[in-house]
Design a protein around this ligand. Structure first.
Ligand SMILES: *Cc1c(COP(=O)(O)O)cnc(C)c1O
Length: 370
């Protein structure tokens, strides 16, 4: 564990982002995604805040283990956890959990649907069906439902959903998002024509919500935007604040002459430089492909020099930066301006999702409500 390198998570900003999402989707219930440790922000405090302060009733996990952790650590949490991808329904021991906790699996494979429709112990389980409308990753096809129509008619569908493949791009008439939406509408129609009641629906993740696309469905499922960064970058319309601030500490500084090798391997300073070693490395989730990324620190633009190491990263500045840094100073990798993390993600050819999810357990999460 670190002490002076930490991720400060400001829950008030999470609350503000939540309210902004409400304004974009005023009619919809918000089902926040808290999978992957709430995108690195800490699933437990984030979920407690969303339920207790924002009135959220449903939380989106990816795995059964995440949902179980939620109830193990917060037994009084007044919410339902949905398991989106790795439900473990075919694992006889694991699936028992669905009978004892307020956890519901998303059914996206025929084998899971078959089990839940036919195994008497699941006869009261609400049916949440995830349809493949063109993303072609997970999901049931329209024709997969045909043989089950009589059973579906008996039980009704609690929640029918699908997921966009390209909502992070500007949505235009007749594009992929529209095609997926049309397919979703056809599936709804078919179910209704067969007398199947559909009690709720959802389609929009962050990119779609930012563009107010699919926000007329019963629910919306924001992930990324809740934690700050925009999905649609060209142009950015989402004005969420970055909920987290990644703070580290200067361990040591040095002047090096042009031509001096610094660190592992053969990375040689290409100019006279002021090198700042900070207390973060890939062991903390600063991935090696961040090498070369430019960062603005204390008013100077530096560049991640050479390889990122396990415990240390070296940032190269011009010699004049000397007066702005000394050992033990706090410095920020990203702050509450979501442009900063977006800029780092673009430079390093990744996305803010991965930067946030990579922050390892060695970095303490410090919660703030201002
Ligand atoms: C992760 C996920 C979301 C949230 O996606 P963002 O792009 O982070 O908003 C929504 N729906 C499903 C099915 C997901 O798996």
């Amino acid at each position: 564990m670190r002490h002076s390198s930490f991720l400060e998570v400001n829950l008030s900003l999470l609350g503000q982002n939540f309210q902004q999402i409400k304004a974009l989707a005023p009619k919809a219930e918000i089902l926040p995604m808290v999978k992957s440790d709430a995108y690195g922000n800490g699933m437990i405090p984030v979920s407690q805040f969303l339920v207790n302060e924002c009135g959220v009733k449903k939380l989106g996990c990816a795995t059964l283990g995440e949902a179980l952790r939620l109830f193990d650590e917060c037994p009084d949490l007044n919410a339902e956890a949905l398991v989106f991808s790795d439900s473990e329904l075919l694992n006889e021991k694991a699936r028992e959990a669905y009978l004892h906790y307020n956890i519901t699996p998303i059914l996206h494979r025929k084998c899971d649907l078959e089990l839940v429709l036919k195994d008497p112990s699941f006869k009261k389980m609400p049916l949440i069906l995830k349809m493949n409308t063109g993303m072609n990753r997970l999901g049931l096809l329209s024709e997969d439902l045909d043989q089950y129509m009589p059973l579906l008619k008996q039980r009704g569908v609690e929640h029918l959903l699908t997921h966009f493949a390209r909502s992070a791009q500007t949505i235009r008439p007749d594009d992929k998002c529209h095609k997926q939406y049309q397919e979703f509408e056809l599936i709804k129609q078919k179910l209704r024509q067969n007398g199947v009641e559909i009690r709720s629906t959802s389609i929009a993740n962050s990119g779609a919500i930012e563009q107010r696309f699919g926000v007329e469905e019963t629910l919306v499922r924001p992930g990324l935007m809740l934690y700050g960064p925009p999905s649609v970058l060209d142009p950015v319309t989402w004005q969420g604040q970055q909920v987290s601030r990644l703070v580290t500490k200067v361990i040591s500084t040095s002047h090096v002459k042009k031509g001096t090798p610094v660190g592992y391997g053969v990375n040689v300073a290409d100019k006279d430089s002021f090198m700042v070693a900070v207390a973060l490395g890939y062991g903390d989730g600063i991935l090696t492909f961040l090498s070369g990324t430019k960062l603005l620190m204390n008013g100077h633009v530096g560049k991640i020099f050479g390889r990122v190491n396990m415990d240390v990263t070296i940032i190269q500045f011009d010699s004049e930066a000397e007066s702005s840094f000394k050992a033990e100073d706090q410095v920020e990798i990203w702050n509450h301006d979501s442009k900063v993390i977006t800029d780092i993600s673009l430079q390093s050819k990744t996305h803010a999702y991965q930067l946030m999810c990579s922050i390892s357990p060695r970095i303490p999460r410090i919660y703030k409500v201002k």
